[in-house]
Design a protein around this ligand. Structure first.
Ligand SMILES: [Ca+2]
Ligand SMILES: [Ca+2]
Length: 144
């Protein structure tokens, strides 16, 4: 009889503990809901992001590619202002069918400045890769 009551108590404590954990997790998720640090225009498909110090100020910036309709994906530089805020501006565009776009950063031409490399689906089972070369003055030029 004592064993049965003990087992019942253990099960009840376990159920209560699980319930408590469940409630804590739910409340924790609400408290940590992400807030956007930047926004760019998009049609909702074909987006990607990469980080890199694109302007040489020592802070990582966010480069975003985003499908904006009309068979075009725009590339945006979100400059990290260092206070949790970003200054967003368009640095280029590439052709796309609107899905399967991505971006990476790297010094593609060896001049010491990070460039943006963009891949986008262009139809006919093909994705093209484009380079937006960092001119060092805040502008970027597509490699020709
Ligand atoms: Ca930077
Ligand atoms: Ca470069």
């Amino acid at each position: 009889m004592i064993i049965k009551e003990t087992l019942t108590s253990i099960v009840l404590v376990g159920v209560l503990a699980l319930g408590t954990i469940g409630c804590s997790k739910s409340e924790g998720e609400k408290a940590s809901a992400p807030k956007p640090v930047a926004s760019v225009p998009t049609w909702g498909t074909g987006t990607g992001v990469a980080t890199g110090d694109m302007n040489g100020d020592g802070r990582l910036d966010a480069v975003v590619v985003s499908y904006v309709g009309n068979l075009t994906a725009n590339v945006y530089l979100n400059e990290n202002l260092g206070n949790g805020q970003y200054k967003t501006r368009k640095i280029g565009s590439v052709p796309t069918w609107g899905t399967g776009a991505g971006v990476a950063t790297g010094d593609m031409n060896g001049d010491g400045r990070l460039d943006a490399v963009v891949v986008s689906y262009v139809g006919n089972l093909t994705a093209n890769v484009y380079e937006l070369l960092n001119n060092g003055d805040g502008t970027f030029s597509p490699r020709e």
